[in-house]
Design a protein around this ligand. Structure first.
Ligand code: DX5
Ligand code: ZN
Length: 233
């Protein structure tokens, strides 16, 4: 599934557009693209699964039509089944749903894959790893939340770092080569290298990119730290 996509084999720093300046969204995305960014993280919130609302398919459609950048869609919504088709754009590489969202997670993951996208499962800080047990064959990516989902700019929860090591061990034991570990929440230039060295291949960064005056430069610096430290499974 998506095995030919370079983002699957290399480290990626994914700016989260949740922290972007929405009035200047197109300009900001173009600055990131010019700095070599080829994958952005899109946080879709419904006000039910998480206590916040963000943007929906029309905004993502505009982005798809005006840039060549790829999308990593993070669905923080109840009933994710209802939204897979709506976020299936040519740019969408991966759609991730939460383990607690929806009644039929296995079917939803399969439907994402059937559309040719990578399927991800997101684990909240309190979600144990046993929910992965029967889902491995339908998974391309495991997103470990390092804050409680819903808002940008929160502080990293240190206990979640242990989960990266635990998931990494499971991947090795099961020989699930190619499985991507993604980290989301509270990442900054001080903790990024350590997270990448524990096996995090895709690392999301919202505030630590968009609060900087030069987005392209901020992206490049963080991407470089991750690349230097990432250890492939
Ligand atoms: C939080 C979102 C994150 C958020 C990360 O629910 O899933 O993607 O944008 O933002 P920072 O990097 O600012 O914690
Ligand atoms: Zn996210």
């Amino acid at each position: 599934m998506g095995s030919d996509c370079p983002q699957r084999k290399e480290f990626r720093l994914l700016p989260s557009l949740l922290s972007a300046d929405f009035f200047n969204l197109s300009e900001q995305v173009h600055s990131l693209e010019a700095a070599g960014c080829d994958l952005v993280h899109l946080d879709i919130m419904d006000g039910h699964f998480v206590p916040n609302l963000t943007f929906g398919p029309p905004v993502v459609k505009s982005l798809a039509e005006s840039s060549g950048i790829d999308f990593d869609v993070h669905l923080m919504v109840d009933r994710p089944d209802d939204w897979i088709e709506a976020f299936d754009f040519p740019n969408t590489r991966c759609i991730t749903i939460h383990a607690e969202a929806g009644n039929h997670v296995h079917r939803t993951l399969q439907s994402i894959r059937d559309r040719g996208m990578m399927a991800g499962l997101s684990l909240n800080p309190g979600t144990p790893l046993d929910c992965l047990e029967y889902l491995w064959p339908t998974l391309d990516l495991i997103l470990i939340m390092t804050v409680n989902p819903g808002f940008g700019g929160q502080s990293f929860i240190p206990a979640c770092a242990e989960k990266i090591e635990a998931v990494s061990r499971l991947i090795t034991e099961r020989s699930e080569r190619g499985m991507i570990i993604e980290i989301d929440g509270g990442v900054n230039r001080d903790n990024l290298g350590g997270l990448a060295s524990k096996g995090a291949q895709w690392i999301v960064a919202g505030n630590s990119v968009f609060t900087q005056p030069h987005l392209g430069q901020a992206f490049k610096e963080l991407q470089e730290i991750g690349k230097k430290n990432w250890k492939a499974q």
